[in-house]
Design a protein around this ligand. Structure first.
Ligand code: SF4
Ligand code: SF4
Length: 632
């Protein structure tokens, strides 16, 4: 099969040709079957939130139907649709976080869920003004913190606790503009209320309410998810891993963990390390058990354990098409419903585990935090026992893998920065000052957070890699998460050697600090780590984050979660560049509000740009203008 959007990927062509030989259907076949996608949906001007509809209005002002049956115009419809995307995205991240906090509530010294970063637990407890945070018994404190975190989802009064991490100037903007998020679930619910038929019909008000809901994700759900995952499973530290489909091992039992929630995958890794399970695998003729990761579960596991990354979003089918995958174990989010059917073409077992994401077609083994390790053991055993069913004639693993460095949490980055603190000047250790110093000195021109998915509307990974390569060439340091991070891993950008692809300034910094120019900061919820470090930098310099030469970029985004993310990044004062145009162009006033007018009250805006090279040019102009305004 030849498809121009795949030209960039060395593996894809062979993989899809194999799928065709094996009679397996892929997303490319389904994409082709869709033919031309609907222009009304693309422009965001179709509405089906009540049964007087569905209505569709003209995306061209002055032509055709200008209002739905209720009288909603294009801007209202576009704003409501966008708001609902934000609500769904924020729900996904936040519900994920809730499960992590529940696991902390189950934690005990002798159980599989235990406190692995006690210092972080105490640090956050202090940040949240818990009394005796330094001295309380570990698990008493862990359970108290879990309850406090659960209250963040539904407390009747007040705003999110983590907002205090932002500099005063930013907190004042949030208060002034009424976008400081209250309880997480409340924001989602009231936004769904606002977008009900016959409620909000003011696109600007809808935009602000959507932004506040996005903020409840970034500064609430996602930040809780990240910080509490670190407490439970350890704060990531720099470590080596390997990526791309070549990490699937022909001689081992291969188990792919796919989805987002480390509560499950941590247990799968533990269960697979059990010597009895390894012995069982050997008795079946395998050399051992090989766990590989996909999407954000993969990111969580590689950040904390160096688990190898099989691929990113668009490769989830290709991993099965290798014919060497004994089981695909999924939790929630970004899992193609097509996988169980595809798995049947091979011997692969598809195991869904979450009652929130039951996927029909093969086996459902319900996972719960109370019985986590037992559930995981059952799943691993199923995979091991499936090894003899592998059809050797169908096995074809692409011989491509790439060494990679992962694990750059905020704590780890600061530790690396400490190495260049000048003790003669009595500079403090444990701060981001060395980073802001090199940015202010102009040695590096700025920083970019490159995040997000893959999308068949884009040449896969091309936009990710092009944007990153062009930015580091121009002395802009990149931090990455999600499937963008996995694209960087496959392209070799997460290595110390990638410094040779940088401009002189960034290369020098990478050498001195001993880091790659593109830093893997984790999964999609871990974009909260990026928020945190940007705000530490702003605080250290005593400025609002909107003044720093920093941007957010989602070159190939596709999910509603990405829309929630983009909203909280802009809400946090960071210009956000989108490589896939969101379905808003049918609402001209709403589009103008997103791309221009919100600058006035939030200090940041969205930029839509499909061409990654043009995007980088715009980013450089943006950063240089900020530098001039700062006088640096
Ligand atoms: S809410 Fe209005 S625009 Fe939407 S489907 Fe109902 S009548 Fe049509
Ligand atoms: S980056 Fe996008 S596709 Fe990848 S795991 Fe996150 S939301 Fe899913």
């Amino acid at each position: 099969m030849s498809n121009e959007v795949l030209n960039y990927d060395k593996i894809a062509e062979a993989s899809l040709a194999k799928a065709q030989r094996d009679g397996a259907e892929t997303m490319w076949d389904r994409r082709a079957a869709q033919k031309t996608q609907c222009g009304f949906g693309e422009a965001g001007v179709c509405c089906r939130i009540c049964t007087m509809g569905p209505c569709r209005v003209s995306p061209v002002p002055g032509k055709g139907a200008e209002r739905g049956i209720c009288g909603a115009n294009a801007d209202t419809i576009v704003a409501r649709n966008t708001a609902r995307m934000v609500a769904a995205g924020a729900s996904a991240h936040s519900d994920h976080a809730r499960d992590i906090v529940h696991a902390l509530h189950h934690s005990k010294a002798e159980g599989p869920y235990k406190v692995r970063d006690e210092a972080k637990l105490r640090r956050i407890a202090k940040e949240w003004d818990v009394v005796d945070a330094d001295t309380k018994e570990t698990y008493a404190l862990a359970h108290e913190m879990a309850e406090l975190a659960l209250e963040e989802f539904g407390k009747p009064f007040g705003t999110q606790r983590f907002l205090k991490r932002a500099p005063k100037a930013r907190q004042e903007i949030w208060a002034r503009e009424d976008i400081a998020p209250r309880a997480i679930d409340m924001e989602v619910v009231t936004l769904m209320h606002s977008t009900h038929m016959g409620c909000a019909a003011d696109y600007e008000s809808l935009f602000r309410r959507a932004m506040r809901t996005g903020m409840a994700d970034g500064w609430g759900g996602s930040m809780i998810g990240t910080e509490f995952s670190d407490i439970l499973y350890g704060t990531p530290t720099a470590r080596a891993s390997s990526s791309n489909l070549g990490v699937i091992d022909a001689e081992m039992v291969n188990i792919m963990v796919h989805g987002h929630d480390p509560n499950l995958s941590e247990m799968v890794v533990l269960a697979a390390q059990n010597p009895e399970m390894v012995e069982l695998a050997k008795s079946k003729g395998a050399k051992g058990i090989n766990i590989v990761g996909m999407c954000c579960t993969g990111n969580e596991m590689t950040m904390r354990h160096g688990i190898k990354i099989a691929g990113n979003f668009y490769q989830q089918e290709m991993a099965i098409i290798t014919g060497a995958m004994e089981a695909v174990v999924v939790d929630v989010q970004c899992i193609f419903p097509a996988l169980p059917e595809l798995a049947k073409t091979y011997h692969t077992r598809f195991v869904s585990t979450s009652p929130k994401a039951k996927i029909a077609g093969d086996i459902f083994i319900e996972f719960s935090e109370a019985t986590g390790l037992d559930n995981a053991a059952e799943i691993v055993k199923l995979a091991v026992e499936n090894f003899p069913n592998r059809d050797a004639s169908k096995v074809e693993i692409p011989d491509i893998k790439q060494d990679t460095m992962v694990g750059y949490s905020v704590e780890t980055i600061i530790e690396h920065l400490d190495a260049v603190v000048n003790s003669q000047l009595e500079d403090e250790l444990g701060t981001v000052k060395p980073l802001t110093d090199v940015i202010y000195a102009g040695v590096i021109r700025g920083a970019a957070g490159v995040v997000g998915c893959n999308n068949p509307k884009q040449q896969h990974d091309y936009a990710h890699i092009t944007v990153m390569e062009e930015l580091i060439k121009r002395d802009v340091i990149c931090v990455v998460t999600g499937c963008a991070a996995q694209a960087a891993a496959k392209a070799g950008l997460l290595t110390l050697e990638a410094k040779d692809k940088c401009g002189r300034g960034l290369k020098e910094v990478c050498e001195r600090v001993n880091i790659p120019p593109v830093l893997h900061m984790g999964s999609c919820v871990d974009i909260s780590r990026i928020l945190h470090i940007v705000n530490l930098c702003a605080d250290q310099r005593g400025v609002d984050p909107a003044l720093l030469p920093v941007v957010g970029i989602a070159p190939e985004w596709m999910s509603e979660k990405a829309v929630a993310i983009a909203n909280y990044v802009v809400g946090s004062g960071i210009n956000t560049y989108l490589g896939v145009i969101p379905p808003v162009l049918g609402g001209p006033n709403f589009t103008k509000l997103m791309t221009e007018d919100c600058q006035e009250f939030i200090g940041a805006h969205f930029v839509f740009e499909k061409d990654p090279i043009v995007m980088v040019d715009k980013i450089m102009e943006d950063m240089e203008a900020k530098r001039v305004a700062l006088g640096i």
